[in-house]
Write a protein that binds this ligand. Structure first.
Ligand code: MET
Ligand SMILES: [Zn+2]
Length: 772
């Protein structure tokens, strides 16, 4: 091991990487388009990394000793590990070119290759590229990128700390490739992968890295292929080997995104030099702390206490955090102040927001403010509480101001939530509803879409022009009405049964509602990476939520006025609105969800009054928010399902409620899906070739179900045969009366040409199966 220098007492697990103004996004996309060279792209990346390191030091992380993490990525940190391990799936072995060309081929595919699958990273809205591993996947250390970053930092006078997804998490997040034999699981190859990590660590040590960070969030999840206890045993095995390596940097092992308290004493006993725990989502093992057992297990080792929330945008309660840190120190543990997780999930800097209400701003902390908070707490640990009293007092005042500010607690909203009864969450029984809905005259194997139609360049242009004040409200509304008219006519021509208005007015399915509801604020520059070069700007849900005016009624009613076919109203559900916003942390999420639900309930009322008899309430994030911790899943499902039922529970029996689920596998939460009690559920299924149909069939699901028959993630047009084949698979398990025919998800990212062709085939496929 390289010379022992302790980690400075302030650090973070990682920092946003697209750049303050999404510079990296622009540079990468320009490279993809062929408008710039690889050399230009790598130069931009180098500058960005240098700027990030300098910024972190400016904000208070020490330049020496490995406090500054190297968390840059061109696309995704799991993909970075795939490259570092040389674990290129054989189906990509013919890709020619540099490492970066291979990297992007894995990430995005090219004309000859489907990309690696993407899926959600733990319970976040960030997506990683899923490694594909089989018995023959090659592993060979490729430390070049990591080593180069250490050297870059050194040239800048900074001793940085390389960051890598750890071996256990890497393999547990991987999937067996299509070539893998029956029963193979990627984790079977742990020993070989650990051997490659040993080589990577050796190269980093040779390059002068004093510390390396290995992230093992698998330690906090009950949603992986092995139990949490098994994951801990695997970590013990792997880190015994890593710790024993001849030449390596000191190791910081992290367990972000959840609660590692049950295993913390065991982690502290591993042959590593520092262990991190998430103390925002997770907790400390109080008993082991009180008895001194935890301190004994840590011994000389450092404990990085993740007290600053890396998932949300509120100022940390510094006084409470400091008390926790001081308690650890008093217990004899060598404490380092840290974040709960990589700050990649929060935007850069509150000070980049010029339009946000000043009072709201004073309650917030984005990444830069969080780094400052970490530095303040570390100073307090070193110099005593008195040294940071001014900072403690400022946060305390901000928190008190937040608690008493108008809009945070609105009596009317609270009173209404308080008066909710079970009856409000229960519609008429299924048989009554089925009969009442016969008036809608919906055929067997009814065809429909999920809501959005292509967001064309013209739509974006009109929205931007309206935003800049170049066209007025009238002109913009007129544009949107023309767009709706076009989309309605198109659907009639294609022959769809249940129509939609197309969602042209929505910039985003959550932000659109956040802008119209009280209790939300939106940011200008609050970008957060969702995957690759894609970023979203989550809204900030800061106060009690209510609906000052109808939000969607005019558009849906206009669409219905143009056609004899039924038009579906289209809303985003309470769980998804919460999942894709920054939510308040001063009350249980279930309470917030109930407020949003009541606002949506009023909207449904108004839609029905305006002649809309079918309303879809989308909940694509229902699975995403499922806690990693099995103990917390039951109460989550209670409030999430409950909030959906509260939103839809006021609908009369003749109103048909739809919901839509996508982005995840819903097989494991079928009871919850059933519990939503929607009359019709459309659910992503085409890519998995109808996997979800089995659990639904086994469950005896009795209401309408629309497993997607058209994968909207690619521009490829699925043929009539292909779609009718999927319909037939579904029809084997789901009676025709219950079966709906629809795409996997909305069409907003597609072009018109492929959309029209695909939907035409979809209608023909439904017809073919209906006739047979
Ligand atoms: C991510 S789910 C999207 C549902 C929405 N109604 C749409 O069609 O775009
Ligand atoms: Zn969807």
């Amino acid at each position: 091991m390289t010379a022992k220098t302790p980690l400075p007492t302030a650090t973070i697990l990682g920092y946003p990487r697209l750049g303050r103004r999404r510079e990296l996004k622009r540079a990468i996309e320009s490279f993809w388009k062929g408008n710039s060279s690889e050399a230009e792209l790598t130069a931009t990346a180098r500058e960005l990394r240098a700027a990030t390191r300098a910024r972190l030091v400016e904000l208070g992380l020490p330049a020496e000793g490995g406090a500054v993490p190297e968390s840059f990525s061109f696309y995704d940190q799991v993909l970075d590990a795939t490259l570092a391990l040389g674990a290129i799936p054989s189906r990509f072995s013919d890709v020619q070119g540099s490492d970066l060309v291979t990297y992007f081929a894995l990430a995005r595919g090219d004309k000859d290759h489907q990309p690696l699958e993407m899926t959600k990273w733990f319970d976040t809205n960030y997506h990683y590229s899923v490694p594909e591993i089989d018995e023959r996947t090659p592993f060979a250390a490729n430390p070049a990128a990591l080593v180069a970053q250490v050297a870059e930092a050194a040239a800048q006078g900074i001793e940085s700390r390389p960051v890598l997804v750890g071996p256990v998490t890497y393999l547990l997040l991987a999937k067996a490739s299509d070539d893998a034999g029956e029963g193979f699981s990627p984790i079977d190859r742990l020993d070989e992968v650990v051997a490659v990590y040993v080589e990577l660590l050796g190269a980093l040590a040779a390059a002068g890295a004093g510390w390396v960070q290995l992230d093992e969030p698998a330690l906090v999840s009950d949603s992986l292929s092995v139990s949490r206890e098994e994951a801990l045993a695997l970590v013990e095995k792997a880190y015994a080997a890593l710790g024993g390596a001849d030449s390596r940097p000191q190791i910081l092992l992290t367990a972000p995104y959840g609660d590692s308290s049950a295993g913390l004493t065991r982690l502290a006993a591993l042959p590593v030099e520092a262990v991190q725990a998430d103390l925002v989502r997770g907790s400390l093992p109080q008993q082991a702390l009180a008895s001194g057992e935890l301190a004994r297990a840590f011994g000389e080792k450092q404990f990085v206490a993740g007290v600053v929330d890396g998932r949300n945008i509120w100022r940390t309660d510094l006084r409470a955090a400091f008390a926790q840190l001081a308690g650890l120190k008093d217990a004899g543990i060598s404490v380092v102040v840290g974040t709960s997780n990589n700050l990649q999930h929060v935007p850069h800097d509150v000070n980049d927001e010029t339009k946000l209400d000043a009072r709201l701003k004073s309650w917030l902390a984005f990444a830069d403010q969080k780094v400052e908070q970490v530095a303040v707490l570390a100073r307090g640990l070193a110099e005593g509480a008195a040294a940071i009293e001014p900072e403690l007092a400022v946060t305390e005042a901000a928190l008190a101001d937040r608690a008493s500010a108008p809009g945070v607690h609105v009596d009317g909203v609270r009173g209404r939530v308080g008066a909710v009864t079970d009856a409000d969450r229960n519609r008429a029984d299924e048989a009554t509803r089925r009969e009442a809905q016969e008036g809608l005259s919906i055929p067997n194997l009814a065809t429909t879409t999920i809501g959005s139609f292509p967001q064309t360049g013209e739509i974006r242009k009109a929205r931007a022009a309206f935003g800049r004040g170049e066209i007025d409200q009238n002109a913009y509304d007129g544009f949107l009405r023309d767009e709706i008219a076009r989309v309605i006519k198109l659907q009639e021509e294609i022959g769809l049964d249940v129509l939609v208005h197309g969602e042209a007015e929505r910039n985003d399915m959550v932000q659109y509602f956040a802008e119209l509801l009280d209790g939300f604020a939106v940011t200008e520059n609050g970008w957060v990476q969702s995957y690759g070069t894609r970023a979203t700007r989550p809204s900030i849900l800061w106060g009690d939520v209510s609906r000052p005016a109808p939000m969607t009624v005019a558009w849906s009613a206009y669409a219905q006025s143009l056609t004899q076919q039924p038009v579906k109203g289209m809303l985003t559900g309470p769980v998804t609105i919460l999942a894709w916003s920054f939510v308040r942390d001063d009350q249980p999420l279930g309470d917030t969800a109930a407020q949003v639900a009541l606002a949506l309930r009023d909207e449904i009322d108004d839609l029905v009054d305006a002649g809309i008899n079918i309303v879809q309430v989308d909940e694509p994030a229902l699975r995403e928010l499922l806690p990693l911790d099995a103990d917390r899943q039951g109460s989550y499902l209670d409030w999430s399902v409950g909030s959906f039922r509260l939103a839809t529970g006021g609908a009369a029996p003749e109103v048909q409620i739809h919901t839509h689920l996508c982005y995840s596998e819903f097989g494991e939460i079928i009871d919850a899906v059933d519990g939503l009690d929607a009359d019709v559920t459309s659910i992503e299924a085409a890519r998995s070739r109808m996997d979800v149909v089995e659990p639904l069939g086994d469950h005896g699901y009795s209401r309408g179900i629309g497993p997607g028959v058209y994968d909207i993630h690619s521009p490829r047009v699925p043929s009539i045969d292909e779609q009718s084949e999927l319909i037939r698979i579904a029809a084997k398990r789901i009676p025709g009366k219950q079966l709906w025919i629809n795409p996997d998800c909305g069409l907003k990212t597609r072009g018109y040409e492929e959309t029209v062709a695909s939907l035409t085939n979809l209608v023909q496929a439904a017809k073919a199966v209906r006739e047979a």
